[in-house]
Write a protein of this length. Structure first.
Length: 154
């Protein structure tokens, strides 16, 4: 089983954080990342969880559209930037299918640290905008398979 942790793409500046939409730069990031993933057949999830924030939902929608896959989009509470990563970690431990999780920092970094090492104190994974980190569950453990960001794609 694979989990694809994806940070939302670049969003416009704004005072109302929850309603911030993807910027032109952000839409370009999604296009670039989706093309890379599609070409390499690297993303096998048929369900995309996203936070209630607009930029997360738009990133998930655009990825599904650009990947040209049939995937279910699901708004999931507990993916907000300051949410407790342990809540989602427990849900993922029970989950049995590959899933893409589109969220925010610092939540995604803390979630990755928790899954990989059992703790969230030292974030050893950096999520740039529209970065994808893939984890594989082997028994009760999680292993880091690969990570990409738009800046690394030529």
């Amino acid at each position: 089983m694979l989990i694809y942790l994806i940070r939302h793409a670049h969003a416009v500046k704004g005072t109302e954080d929850a309603g911030r939409r993807l910027s032109k730069k952000g839409r370009g990031q999604v296009i670039k990342v989706a093309a890379f993933l599609r070409q390499g057949h690297l993303l096998g999830a048929r369900e995309f969880w996203h936070s209630p924030l607009v930029r997360s939902r738009e990133t998930a929608e655009q990825l599904v559209r650009r990947l040209k896959v049939r995937a279910k989009l699901v708004e999931v509470g507990g993916l907000e930037p300051e949410a407790d990563p342990a809540v989602l970690a427990r849900r993922l431990q029970r989950w049995r299918r590959s899933v893409a999780v589109v969220g925010h920092e610092p939540h995604l970094g803390a979630l990755a640290a928790l899954l990989l090492s059992g703790g969230t104190r030292a974030p050893f994974v950096v999520f740039r905008k529209c970065a994808v980190l893939t984890l594989e569950r082997t028994g009760e453990r999680w292993l880091l398979r690969w990570q990409i960001s738009p800046e690394e794609i030529s």
